[in-house]
Structures are given as structure tokens and as C-alpha cells.
Design a protein. Sequence first.
Length: 293
Amino acid sequence: MFTKREKWWGYAFIAPQMIGMILFSLLPLMFAFGISFMQWDGFGERTFVGLENYITQFQDSNFRAAMRNTTIYSLIVIPGGIAAALLSALALNKVKGKDFYRMFFFMPVVTSSVSIAVIWMWLLNGDFGLINQMLAAVGIEGPNWLTDRRFVLPSIAMLSIWWGLGTNMVIFLAGLQGISRSYYEAAEIDGASAWQKFKNITMPLLSPTTFFVAIMTVIGSFQVFDQAYVMTQGGPGNASYTLVLHIFDEAFTRSSFGTSTSAAMILFVIILIFTLIQFTVSRKWVHYEDGGR
């Protein structure tokens, strides 16, 4: 049991984070929830309209397009990002100079999102982009990556997978290094193959790390904004129009903060539902070294 003095010290240490969370997360969330039931241009009086903003959003073709595009984008980024990060971590786990490679892969993460988007706009340019030049060198005619409706979302997803690779790879690498070597030595004595060791040792003991990466990747994929805003402005047409871009347009282009916050609340609920589903399903596949789940 803790003494009264120790409890107060504990409260003192967590107070800054609790105050910050209340001021900068909880209160803005409550304010946004209230605004979602009002008609407001950001300056004048607020008028209560009930569920009208939510009904308007579900009837809005732009909102439906944003939902569809964000879902397609997430279906590409989530499995692709997790698989790329895991394979990269497995490759780096046994090489010399892994600290250098880890820094090399992590560099895009700390680079400005706008800078990254501008560089990839040049790489993906259909006329003089480096990627199409490389394809032309082997006799392949590259598409107009950012102006063709068929390729614009996969192109932005490809950028996002590359951009987030460093973070997820470092997390997976830390998880791999936390697995005791004794498990592999015991398996080698029993004659286990490399695949058997990966399937029966690496993946189960790495499942808590995979679970964390999956949670963060799902949240990040549904909040995609910078790439679409800088590279395509949601175009061509609305082929790369995402939910957060729609929220931005409603608030700062149309000055409709009520519909903007209602769309944000819908996005919040979607992310919350997916997170709860992941936590529920994780009980069946996430294994901890002490045998718990």
C-alpha cells in the first residue's frame, strides 16, 4: 500500500499530463461535439439545428466520396504499411550497422510533410517524373500518377507507406530485439526450420508490437490530409478527396463549422469503432511472453 505522501507525489507527477489532456483534448472534443449540433460560421451567433448537420453530411455527395476514398486508401495503407515495416525490421534485425540503417529509414519521418509531398509530386509527374523515366528506360510507359483517377489514390498510399515506414520499422525492430534468443536456440535444437521459427516464435511474441502498430496505422490512415491537400487538392475531380480534407473544406472554405465538426465527429466515431474492434479481436491473437492476453 502507498502512503498518503506517496499518493500525493504520484498525483503531482501525473498532473501536468492530466491538465494538458483536459485543456487540449477533452475540452476541445466536448466543444466540437456541441458545435456539431449548431449552425455557425465561426464568427456570428450559433444556432441550434439538432441532427440537421449530420443528416446533411450523409446526404452530401462530397462526404460520401470522401468516405469511399478514405476507405480505399486505408485498405491499401494498413496492410501494406504493416507488411513493409515488418519485412524491413526482419531484414535489419541481423545486419551489421543497424543503427545507421535505422536512422536512414527514419529520416523521412522527421521531414516536413509539405517537403515530402512536393518531392513526390516531382517523382510522380506523368511527363518528367523520375519514376516514369525509370519505367521508360525498361520500355514501360508510365501513367499520369496524380492526374489519373485510377492511380491517384494508390500513388498517395504508396507515398504514405514509404513515409511511415521508419516509425513502424523502428517499433517492430524494438519488438524483435525484445524476444529472447533462448527460444530460437531451443527451436534449433529441435530442428525447426526458419519458417517454423518465424511462425511459432517470432509472430506470437511480436503480436503485442503488431497490435500497437496496427492501432496507430488505422488511426493515421483515416486522418490522411497533408498528402492529398498538397499533391492533388482532392482531385482529379474528387478521386483523392479524403475525410479530413472534407472537414477542412467545410470549415475554412465554406465557413460552415457546424457541418465540419459533425463530419469530424463521424470520423471520431469511425476510428473509435475500429479501435474497439481491434481491442476485442486482439484477445484471440495477441500473446504475451508471460502467457497472458
